[in-house]
Design a protein around this ligand. Structure first.
Ligand code: 6PG
Length: 248
């Protein structure tokens, strides 16, 4: 069986400004799709605000969207058209403009978040017969959360067989749906998009944790089979002791 190369150090690419980050991310995503073998390629879409500029640029990218199965790497437990919906943001900025298949978690007034997550997980299993996503996009909060894996929440320790779960986030008093570490670790590639000075402290902790410092959720995405790339802007990288080569 082909042994997966274990990635020792994550790749960190620093762009001078958020606009360059979006350009660089769109170009890297297009290249990953081009190199992806097989008829279909799966893309986990991040929520939040950082990916917005990248989604807009992807609309113009030379990608064969007809072979893409897009899905949400996390979602807020709100109706599809709610202003806080990550799926709505991804649809408006990208998915409504390309002919990719787009899979969103079900939301109805009578479904629980847990039931929706279980349905969605079954859908994810049907579009990932190999058990591995090709590319998952993630953001990171200033507390080091990623997807909806927040520090101190139950989903950090979800059952090992789960790929997608509901997660109550007490400090937000909100239910979320999120990809688990299990499915993130199995991906072929994970691409973090992180920008702004507010992320600098968390990024330093994630990439340069001091001895004994608790690993933040975003840090725990590394260490699996997935090749993890961090695409950040200079402001977010300001806290790193060794600023990697600055692109753009
Ligand atoms: C969400 C996201 C979350 C996001 C980070 C960063 O549902 O909010 O999935 O994980 O990626 O909070 O958000 P920004 O890009 O808005 O800083």
């Amino acid at each position: 069986m082909k042994t997966e190369p274990v990635q020792t150090e994550p790749q960190v690419i620093v762009h001078r400004h958020k606009a360059h980050l979006a350009e660089g991310a769109a170009a890297l995503i297009a290249r990953i799709f081009e190199e992806a073998p097989g008829d279909r390629v799966s893309l986990g879409l991040a929520g939040g605000s950082t990916p917005a500029a990248t989604y807009e640029r992807l609309r113009e990218s030379p990608i064969d969207w007809g072979r893409v199965d897009a899905w949400m790497s996390d979602e807020r437990w709100v109706p599809h058209q709610h202003e806080d919906s990550n799926g709505r943001m991804a649809a408006e900025l990208l998915m409504d403009h390309v002919d990719a298949r787009f899979l969103r978690p079900r939301w109805t007034a009578w479904l629980t978040a847990a039931d929706s997550a279980a349905h969605y997980e079954a859908d994810l299993r049907s579009i990932h017969p190999s058990g591995r996503a090709d590319l998952i996009l993630l953001g990171m909060g200033d507390d080091g959360h990623t997807a909806s894996l927040f520090p101190g929440t139950a989903a950090l320790d979800s059952p090992p067989h789960r790929w997608f779960v509901a997660n109550h986030v007490p400090h937000l008093d909100a239910d979320r749906l999120t990809t688990t570490f299990k499915f993130l670790h199995r991906a072929h590639r994970v691409l973090f998009l992180v920008g702004g000075s507010g992320k600098a402290a968390a990024l330093r902790r994630v990439l340069e944790a001091a001895e004994g410092e608790e690993r933040l959720p975003a840090a725990r995405v590394m260490g699996g089979k997935a090749e993890v790339t961090w695409m950040v802007d200079e402001a977010a990288a300001a806290g790193l002791s060794t600023t990697p080569l600055i692109h753009g």
